[in-house]
Write a protein that binds this ligand. Structure first.
Ligand SMILES: [Zn+2]
Length: 270
């Protein structure tokens, strides 16, 4: 599942292997994968463009191009990108191919077909993708316990959906939220504004631990070069309903919160 550790791993790989190189030609195999502009404009604009930089904002990969455009890539649930020799056979689930220099391709692949790309000047992209509304980045050094406290105190809703709302905090996906709440010993059904000072400290530490370990292990998916990340998708509790909690041994529970699969330990998360 493509959450922040997986996206950050790919962005770091892009900086190493794609920044400074040229997109010679672009082939859109599934026009639905281009959010904007039209697939035709997307293809013609992405001809002989040099990639200047790769950054991440929430779950977006943002590639700055020479000539002021930014290429945004969002992997949705299971999308990925891969750097491959141009001669390599194409998978049927390939959405877009960026033909680079040195006979290599950057291929945008998603078995479910939900992943999307977009292109435009930085300000247009920020507007259309609503990037300015995103909350603080959980991995930013400025993300402190105080910032978390301030972001949660604004909301009266249930804790888990609030943590998943990228306008409140940019960086947590479904899996990483459940694992962070388990590390912190906090029930996902709590009201977001009800956390005590001590709970906020534990939740902040849990979020940072999940994300930094996930990135250090290079996520759970394949990286840009096809190497499998070493982070474990089902780590402590995620998708482990009815198995023993690694902390207390009681059974892990499953329920849906805000339509999202949620796993937690009713015995040690309060
Ligand atoms: Zn437990």
């Amino acid at each position: 599942m493509a959450e922040v550790p997986e996206v950050e791993t790919l962005v770091r790989d892009l900086r190493k292997a794609v920044v400074g190189r040229t997109i010679r030609e672009t082939e859109v195999l599934n026009p639905a994968a281009v959010r904007f502009p039209t697939a035709e404009e997307f293809t013609s604009s992405l001809t002989n463009r040099v990639v200047l930089d790769a950054q991440r904002r929430a779950k977006y990969m943002l590639l700055s191009l020479l000539g002021d455009d930014v290429l945004a890539i969002h992997l949705a649930l299971w999308g990925t990108i891969a750097l491959l020799p141009s001669t390599q056979a194409r998978l049927s689930e390939t959405l877009i191919i960026w033909h680079l220099d040195k006979d290599e391709d950057l291929r945008f692949i998603d078995k479910l077909g939900y992943a999307r790309a977009a292109l435009g000047p930085a300000d247009v992209l920020a507007e259309q993708l609503d990037l300015k509304s995103l909350g603080p980045e959980a991995l930013d050094p400025d993300f402190t316990v105080d910032v978390l406290a301030r972001q949660l105190s604004k909301r009266r809703g249930v804790l888990k959906p609030v943590l998943l709302n990228q306008r409140i905090l940019a960086g947590l996906g479904n899996r990483d939220t459940d694992e962070s709440l388990w590390l912190a010993g906090i029930d996902p059904r709590r009201s977001a504004a009800s956390l005590t000072g001590d709970e906020l400290v534990r939740l902040h530490a849990g979020i940072i631990q999940m994300l930094t370990e996930g990135i250090a292990l290079r996520g759970t998916q394949r990286d840009l070069f096809g190497r499998k990340g070493q982070a474990v998708h089902r780590r402590y509790i995620f998708e482990k309903a009815r198995q023993p909690c690694p902390r207390c041994g009681k059974r892990i529970a499953y329920l849906k919160i805000g339509g999202r699969n949620t796993f937690y330990c009713p015995n040690c998360q309060h």
